[in-house]
Structures are given as structure tokens and as C-alpha cells.
Design a binder for this molecule. Structure first.
Ligand code: PEP
Ligand code: MG
Length: 595
């Protein structure tokens, strides 16, 4: 392939972190790591004291720099939360205390001590299986780098704010710190981001997705090949980046981009219309979220409310869980932002891979966390954590319609004890004279085979069901969803899964309660027709998937979907089922599934 000028086009493959297509000019950011040699302090106690003072002022300066940046953001934004994590790390006495001790004991320079402390964390974090926690090492590395830059007297690069970024720029960097991204996202010229490093769960990916900015991460070695001003074509859906695209590449890219935009616009036109099949079956399309910041984007995509608010994800980066007041403020703000639409709050789904940093250190390591003390099991054991959240939810319910959802139920007995905790929260609020709403629907997440197969009994003890297919599939097929070696066993079309889904829907409807899917399967267009056939009342997903799923439902007939379900159940193997679903979807909806 030849490029536009003398240079050949090269395509780099990475991970599509945030969808969208942009043809722009590269704006390279040199985020080369700073380094410093080791130096022995030979001037005795006076020099050691001076070195300690130098480190203290570099840390104080870093705190001041991040504080200043933090003040520029809405306190509830993702950016603010990330910067707060960094500030907490900087203020952690363990970090500074250990660094000062090393200077004192070993009489070595502050720069070297900082590098050593960061390296110590590196092996602990990079060995972790879970992408999310592995990526959190980036936070520590970033804090170290910030202190190091101050020690070495570098210019405050957070003042990137002063730089002008021309419009139509695609920022290219080896890696970007969360603070860099926070600053970049405030600039109007930035139309896309590419980094050599990172995974889907890196902060750069999370922030770009939340802002709807096309982004590719993990495009290894790209930054070495690019110069500022080079032409670059980025596809955030496919995860590809073409440097020096040829005129033919550009033409193809623009055609595809045009189709992508036109398709997006045609879907937007459906925003105010209901997800109603051609033969009149109505499905509620709700949004999944973990942050109040994302609500306006959910509503823009046409969400009819929140189907799943993962409350625990708000607090994983922090040292402590929130108290009742903080819980209350968040829930009230979410309910008010929804302006009368319903909000479903899942109570803290802690345990397994989800633990706040402070509690993680204190929690006993379980041999098999996915089967351990998680979800409602954890909350029932830690009432001091659970009751304040329930009290806050009951109070927030005075401000608009909401529902409480318990995760990881495995028996009706747990559901009953969970409801007793709600009664306890209510009694405490009464005694304290705080206003609250007593009449809130309580639902069970169906995530375990036990819950699925006792759905007929559970349905008589709660007000609604929401099926967490991510966990249900993991437990039905006995594979660990954190373990990439068995990732292929995520098989929504396994007959055991399909039968479980159908039984849960039949049980819910026999008891007269609604049933939703809130796992990833709900937002995967491949399964929309089948889920319509099974008879779900509600599907809850990330905002970006809502328009397409709505388009498919509006073009389908529920009766045909039910007939198709029978065909799927007639297949013998998973492969046969998957093929049948793919072919049927391509035949019926191909023009919408392939932009
Ligand atoms: C699920 O298990 O499908 C679900 C929605 O919960 P989470 O992914 O947070 O475990
Ligand atoms: Mg789950």
C-alpha cells in the first residue's frame, strides 16, 4: 500500500476502546519517562536532612499541582475522582514515610528512592490477572513520575492547558496519565486519542468512552513511527489506526465513516420512539451505569431509566467506603437527573474481583473468590457496610421512582434476610426522624443456577427480576470470567443458558412480576431477536447500544421471535445454535448490523 506522499501507509492494530472514526493530523505528546541516576549522599547527616526536605517539598508541590487541576473539574466527574485517588496516594503517610526512611537509612538521593518504591509496586500489580487492577499500577507510576519531575525541576506539564491543540487533531502518545487525559478532554481540538499502551479498562479508555471520543489503546509502537502533523485514520470500533493513508485508503475510510455517521443519525431519529415490535410487544430499554456523570449520555441515547446502577464501582479506587450521607447525595442526584424515570440501584456487589483498595488489603484472601463472600452474601456479613447504604436508598426514594436490586442471590432465605435488613434500615430512620419512602420495589438478580432454578419460588418473594447474564453464564458453564484461558466458555447460546433464561421469564410472568436482562448479553444485537422471543420486559445496557437494539426490536415481530426460539432450542450443539443465530440475524437485519 502506498501513502499520500512518499511515505507508505502502515496500519497498526490495537484495542477499540471507544467507537467513532476520525481522519486527522497526529498531535504527538512526548510522555517519555523521566529517569534519574543513583547518587550516594556523602555529606553526612546535614545532606541527608536536606535531601529529606527536598523530597517533602517535591511531594507538597505535586499535591498542589493536582489540587489545582482537581478544582477545575466538576467534583462528581470521572476526572475529579481519578485525581482524588492520586491525591490520596500522595498524601498516604506510607509512601512518604517509607521514602524518608530509605533516604535516612541508605543515604541515597530522593529521585532514586522514588523510582525504587514505584518498582516495588510494579511487580505486585503487573502480575494480577484482572485488567482493572493491573491498570491501577499506572496510577502509582504516575504519582512517582510527578514527584520525580518536581525533584528534577521540570516545567509543570499539567499546564498543557497553555498549549493550543489545532482542531482535527488525533493525540498520539506512548501512554497518557489520567491527569493528561483529564486536561486533553477539555480541549476542543482533540478529536481522537491513540496510545501504544493500555487495555479496555485503562483510564484513558474509560474517560474517552464516557465522553464519546474515538479512541484506540494498545497500538504498540505507533508513537515511535509518528511525527506531529502526520495524517492518521483512526477507527475506534475496529481498533485500527492507519498512518499515512493512501488516497484509496482515505476514500474507503471516508465512505465507511459516512455510512457510520448516517447510520448513527438514522438511529438517533428513533430516540423518542418506543422499543415496540411490529406486532405490538413493548420492551423497556434501560441504561447500565456506575457513575452519575454518564446519565445525560444515557438519556441522550434514549434510555428510559437506569436498569442497573453498579453502586460498588463508585468506591473501588478509594480508601474507605462512603457513609450514609455520601451514599444519599449520590442516589438523590441520580434520581433527580432522571426527572421521573425509574432508577434501579443494585446494592454493593463487593467481593470476588471488586474490593475497595483499603478493604482489599484487610480482607482475607479467598481460595476461590468467584464462589466466595460476594454480593448479598458479603453485605449480610458486613451489616455496618450494608445498612447505611439501605438507609440512604430509602431516603433518596423520596425524590423519585426507584427500585432496590440485590446481587448474587442463591436462595430465597438470603432474599428474606436482605429484606429484613431493609426493615432494620427503616426502623433506624424512623427512630432518627429522617424522612424516607417505605414502599420501594425490591428485586433479585438472577446470577446463580440456584436462583434461576428456584425462580418460581423467588418470584413470589420479590417485585422484579433482573438477570445478570455475565455471572449467570459463568456459573452455569462453570468457568471463571476473570480467567482468559476459559474466556471461550462465555456461551450465551448454550442450551443450559437458554433454558435457564426461559424458565426465569416463565416463572416471573406466572407470578405477575417483570423481568429484565442487565448483563452484556442485553446490549449485544446478536441476541436481541432471541431475547424478544423469550419474552423479556426490559433490557438494560450501556447507552451506546440502545439505539441499535431499539432499531432491531422495532423491525421484528415477537411471534416470529418465539418461533425462532423453538428452532434454537432444537439445536444440539452450541456451535449449531450460534451459527443459526448469526445466519438468522444476518438474513433479517444484516443491513443494520454491518455499518
Ligand atoms: C452480570 O453479572 O451480568 C451483571 C450485570 O453484574 P456484574 O457484571 O456487575 O457482575
Ligand atoms: Mg454480576
Amino acid at each position: 500500500m502506498t501513502g499520500t506522499g512518499t511515505q507508505a501507509a502502515v496500519t497498526f492494530r490495537g484495542v477499540g476502546a471507544s467507537p467513532g472514526m476520525v481522519l486527522g493530523s497526529a498531535y504527538t505528546l512526548d510522555r517519555a519517562r523521566v529517569s534519574a541516576p543513583m547518587r550516594h549522599l556523602s555529606g553526612g547527616p546535614t545532606e541527608v536532612q536536606a535531601e529529606k526536605a527536598r523530597l517533602k517539598s517535591a511531594v507538597a508541590l505535586a499535591t498542589e499541582q493536582l489540587d489545582r487541576l482537581h478544582r477545575r473539574f466538576d467534583p462528581r466527574s470521572d476526572q475529579a475522582l481519578i485525581l482524588e485517588t492520586h491525591l490520596l496516594m500522595l498524601k498516604d503517610p506510607m509512601f512518604l514515610g517509607e521514602a524518608l526512611r530509605l533516604i535516612e537509612q541508605e543515604a541515597i538521593n530522593a529521585e532514586w528512592v522514588v523510582c525504587r518504591l514505584v518498582a516495588r509496586f510494579k511487580s505486585a500489580f503487573t502480575d494480577m490477572e484482572n485488567d482493572y487492577f493491573r491498570e491501577r499500577y499506572a496510577d502509582i507510576e504516575y504519582i512517582g513520575e510527578r514527584v520525580l519531575r518536581n525533584l528534577l525541576g521540570y516545567r509543570d506539564d499539567l499546564e498543557l492547558d497553555g498549549d493550543d491543540i489545532p482542531s482535527g487533531s488525533v493525540v498520539v502518545a506512548r501512554d497518557l496519565s489520567p491527569a493528561d487525559v483529564a486536561v486533553l478532554l477539555r480541549k476542543s481540538g482533540v478529536e481522537g486519542i491513540v496510545t501504544d499502551m493500555g487495555a479496555k479498562t485503562s483510564h484513558v479508555a474509560i474517560l474517552a468512552r464516557a465522553r464519546g471520543l474515538p479512541c484506540v489503546v494498545g497500538a504498540a509502537n505507533l508513537s515511535n513511527a509518528v511525527h506531529r502533523g502526520d495524517l492518521i485514520a483512526l477507527d475506534g470500533q475496529q481498533g485500527s489506526v492507519t498512518l499515512h493513508p493512501s488516497p484509496e485508503d482515505i476514500e474507503r475510510f471516508q465512505e465507511q465513516r459516512h455510512r457510520y455517521l448516517a447510520f448513527g443519525q438514522s438511529l438517533n431519529a428513533l430516540k423518542e420512539l418506543p422499543a415496540c415490535s411490529e406486532d405490538g410487544v413493548r420492551v423497556q430499554l434501560m441504561g447500565n451505569t456506575e457513575h452519575i456523570d454518564h446519565l445525560s449520555s444515557l438519556l441522550d441515547h434514549g434510555a428510559e431509566g437506569i436498569g442497573l446502577f453498579r453502586t460498588e464501582l463508585l468506591f473501588l479506587d478509594r480508601q474507605e467506603l462512603p457513609d450514609e450521607e455520601e451514599h444519599f447525595e449520590i442516589y438523590r442526584a441520580a434520581i433527580e437527573a432522571l426527572d421521573g424515570r425509574p432508577a434501579t440501584f443494585r446494592t454493593l456487589d463487593l467481593g470476588s474481583d471488586k474490593m475497595p483498595s483499603a478493604s482489599a488489603a484487610l480482607t482475607e484472601r479467598e481460595p476461590n473468590p468467584a464462589l466466595g463472600l460476594r454480593g448479598l452474601r458479603y453485605c449480610l456479613r458486613h451489616r455496618d457496610v450494608f445498612i447505611p447504604q439501605l438507609k440512604a436508598l430509602l431516603r433518596a426514594a423520596c425524590h423519585g421512582p426507584m427500585r432496590i436490586l440485590f446481587p448474587m442471590i442463591s436462595s430465597i432465605d438470603e432474599l428474606i434476610v436482605g429484606k429484613e435488613c431493609i426493615a432494620e434500615a427503616r426502623a433506624q430512620l424512623e427512630a432518627e426522624g429522617k424522612p424516607f419512602c417505605a414502599d420501594i420495589p425490591v428485586g433479585a438478580m438472577i446470577e446463580t443456577p440456584a436462583a434461576a432454578w428456584s425462580a418460581d419460588k423467588l418470584a413470589r418473594a420479590c417485585d422484579f427480576f433482573s438477570i445478570g447474564t455475565n455471572d449467570l453464564i459463568q456459573y452455569v458453564l462453570a468457568f471463571d470470567r476473570q480467567n482468559h484461558q476459559v474466556a471461550h466458555l462465555y456461551q450465551p447460546m448454550h442450551v443450559a443458558v437458554v433454558r435457564a433464561l426461559e424458565f426465569v421469564v416463565q416463572s416471573a410472568h406466572a407470578a405477575g412480576i417483570p423481568v429484565a436482562v442487565c448483563g452484556e448479553m442485553a446490549g449485544d444485537p446478536l441476541y436481541t431477536f432471541l431475547l424478544l422471543g423469550i419474552g423479556f420486559d426490559e433490557l438494560s445496557m450501556v447507552g451506546a447500544q440502545i439505539p441499535l437494539v431499539k432499531r432491531l426490536i422495532r423491525a421484528a415481530r415477537a411471534q416470529e421471535a418465539r418461533d425462532f426460539l423453538d428452532q434454537v432450542k432444537g439445536c444440539d450443539s452450541v456451535e449449531q445454535c450460534e451459527l443459526l443465530v448469526q445466519e438468522e440475524m444476518a438474513r433479517r437485519f444484516g443491513k443494520w448490523l454491518d455499518y
